[in-house]
Design a protein. Structure first.
Length: 274
């Protein structure tokens, strides 16, 4: 069993020599902005878990219920802001680009906070709450309307006793191009990741010479296998989390604590030295 290094100065030395930096981020970084994970104990909306609503079958059965859940999530995220970790990553990306280097974010999160913080090279494995996809013509569009349609005004409360009527199908979000019913552009349980997303991710994994794993439990696949695979190929990987994960002992570095403290400390060497 390995014993990950906890020496930040050693990680700084490696980071300064890197040309292609990869950041793998998970729910932990967004949790520090106040966004619920909707996974595990306590991750409920009304009486439902995300695994019950985030499926093609659930949407087919009740698009109104599923859209109301995602409307609630969209509205919640709009009240939150990128935190110091998001901002540090975006600043490091900008500084590295000025030096002819590169930082790419591969995130499991769907909240868009990396982009709002200023990151440009972002690969969203599981989609984005503020994108829609037409079930008829497959067009993907950005959508930050609040509410997404008038019918959702004052809807979406997580109260488990809520017994309101379903929103009529015609009042749900529809495609402006073909009129088809829209769905959230999210990879639901039982669906495959998009091929172009997987290709871009493979390219980022293949070219990186250092990796930061931030706020991920290392149990959701395929992302869970990325860091151990890099470590097995002798790529320095640093984990930033409030606790150890199943991957911790396979990685070179582990920095325990809030991402908003450890990540800015780790990346400060890029903005201050390069």
């Amino acid at each position: 069993m390995n014993h990950p290094i906890k020496d930040m100065s050693k990680f700084h030395q490696i980071l300064l020599k890197a040309n292609k930096v990869l950041v793998l981020s998970g729910a932990g970084i967004s949790a520090e902005s106040g966004i619920p994970t909707f996974r595990g104990s306590g991750g409920l909306w009304r009486t439902y878990r995300s695994q019950e609503l985030a499926t093609p079958g659930a949407f087919k059965k009740s698009p109104s219920l599923v859209w109301e859940f995602y409307h609630y999530r969209r509205e919640l995220v709009l009240t939150k802001q990128p935190n110091k970790a998001h901002v540090a990553i975006a600043s490091a990306e900008k500084k590295l680009a000025e030096c002819g280097k590169k930082l790419t974010v591969v995130t499991q999160n769907v909240d868009g906070l990396h982009r709002r913080a200023g990151s440009n090279n972002v690969i969203e494995l599981h989609g984005n709450l503020f994108k829609t996809r037409c079930t008829k013509c497959s067009q993907i569009s950005d959508n930050t309307d609040s509410p997404i349609t008038p019918a959702f005004k004052n809807r979406g409360a997580p109260d488990p006793n809520f017994k309101g009527p379903e929103i009529p199908l015609n009042d749900l979000p529809h495609c402006k191009s073909c009129g088809g019913l829209l769905r959230p552009h999210i990879v639901w349980f039982g669906e495959n990741l998009e091929e172009d997303v997987l290709k871009d991710t493979d390219n980022a994994l293949g070219e990186c010479d250092v990796c930061l794993v931030i706020g991920t439990s290392a149990v959701v696949y395929p992302a869970a296998m990325y860091a151990p695979a890099l470590a097995a190929n002798n790529i320095p990987v640093a984990e930033f989390n409030i606790e150890a994960t199943p991957a911790t002992d396979e990685l070179m570095f582990h920095f325990r604590g809030p991402c908003t403290e450890t990540v800015p400390e780790a990346l400060s060497v890029i903005t201050s030295v390069l």
